[in-house]
Design a protein around this ligand. Structure first.
Ligand code: PMP
Length: 405
């Protein structure tokens, strides 16, 4: 992969007088100037509200928005751009899925299956739905290595749930779930499959058609794109059958006093003024990742993660969580130093990592820790970044009195 670091202006911004070592891309990624420029250029030259105007500028803004939709569809292998719904992010996509699928599919006593490695955004919407419908929410457990217990999953499917929702890649453990196999098993049991792809689309070549997910969610800001734009990809047949989520302008065909008919997909799910600049920026991010090559991006992260595991495992008292085979996320604890203290100390060295429950409290309970520290990697990270992290962690050890005699 070519070295893209010169494209990221923020990497030149010092932190505590030091070089920024940004290791929190699982939370949000930095933006290359190509994306920053695309957003600025949209506002400079194209801005108008979409789908409503008869004038030239509105037509061109609409074209830019719909071009972005086509780019997203091509990037994730969605056969039909009508299956690409723009939302604010993964969280909104999954709330849309739960609310709409819930009304379409779920009655009292029906089953919904999730896993113990879900981010809260792929758990709380299903909890809310289960409570509202008096449905049964079941959580599939993990193996001690932090992989999904596929036997447990099969057992959950024997109870014939209506919906199965799971993450493609864990934001804590980096576990990569075998989505195609899990989706096939769920379909055999008659369930609709919803996948949280927030940590997958930025890092792996994803083809939603090959994976067989019925609904697949991800966020632009985790893949070099702007904040506030994300995607729910669905099969057009399912989206057609699903009732609307938000009501308002843009999503209607005709409106009577007490009823309305709705616009065709995807507009049925896009009430109100959309984030056009966000979609345009996401298209630029996709072009950028496409030019780097997703296979190269994945290989770069794999190599870096392997190196990080090796370097961190050599630190006395450091415990790594999650399986060997994984995406570019490394969670760890160091002796009994609280992960927040750890993050603060390494920050003073210019190293940005995250500490906390990572919006995955059920998983933290299973790991038997209140929190972990997490380093996550992306296209602009290097072995020197990993060395800087390892060095900063050694300093933290020394500071807390764990220095070797
Ligand atoms: N799912 C996973 C696995 C995530 O890592 C995140 C972001 N931390 C989300 C969902 C939520 O994404 P967003 O905040 O962009 O809606």
């Amino acid at each position: 992969m070519r070295d893209p670091r010169a494209d990221f202006p923020i990497l030149g911004e010092p932190v505590h007088g030091r070089r920024l070592v940004y290791l929190d891309s699982a939370a949000t990624t930095q933006k290359p100037r190509q994306v920053i420029e695309a957003v600025a250029d949209y506002y400079r030259r194209l801005n108008a509200n979409v789908h409503r105007g008869a004038y030239d500028l509105a037509v061109r803004a609409t074209e830019a928005y719909e071009d972005a939709r086509a780019a997203v569809a091509a990037f994730v292998g969605a056969p039909d751009p009508r299956g690409v719904v723009f939302v604010r992010g993964t969280t909104e996509a999954l709330n849309l899925a739960a609310s709409s699928l819930g009304r379409l599919k779920v009655r009292a006593g029906d089953g919904i299956v999730v896993t113990a490695m879900e981010h809260h955004s792929n758990l709380i919407p299903w909890q809310l739905l289960a409570q509202e419908r008096a449905a049964r929410l079941e959580m599939v457990e993990l193996t001690p290595q932090g992989e999904l217990d596929v036997d447990g999953y099969r057992r959950a499917l024997e109870r014939r749930p209506k919906i199965v929702a799971f993450t493609h890649v864990s934001n804590v453990l980096g576990t990569i779930n075998p989505v195609a196999e899990l989706a096939r098993l769920a379909h055999e049991a008659g369930a609709v499959v919803v996948v949280d792809g927030a940590q997958a689309v930025p890092h792996l070549a994803v083809n939603v058609a090959e994976l067989g997910a019925d609904l697949y969610a991800f966020s632009g800001h985790k893949m070099l794109g702007p904040m506030g734009v994300g995607v729910l990809v669905g099969t057009p047949e399912l989206l057609d059958a699903m009732p609307p989520y938000h009501g308002g302008g843009e999503m209607i065909r005709t409106v009577q006093d007490t009823t309305a008919t709705y616009a065709p997909i995807p507009h049925k799910f896009e009430a109100g003024t959309p984030n056009v600049a966000g979609a345009v920026g996401l298209k630029a991010a996709i072009a950028y990742l496409g030019a780097l090559g997703m296979a190269e991006v994945a290989a770069h992260e794999r190599a870096l993660t392997g190196y990080a595991r090796e370097r961190l495992a050599a630190i006395e008292g450091l415990r790594l969580y999650g399986p060997e085979e994984r995406a570019g996320v490394v969670s760890f604890t160091l002796a009994d130093i609280h992960p927040h203290d750890l993050a603060t100390i390494v920050d003073s060295e210019g190293v940005a990592i995250r500490a906390g429950h990572h919006c995955a409290q059920p998983l933290m309970r299973r790991l038997d820790v209140p929190a972990t520290a997490r380093a996550s990697f992306y296209v602009y990270n290097t072995r020197e970044d990993v060395d800087a992290l390892a060095g900063a962690l050694e300093k933290a050890r020394a500071l807390f009195g764990y220095a070797r005699a």
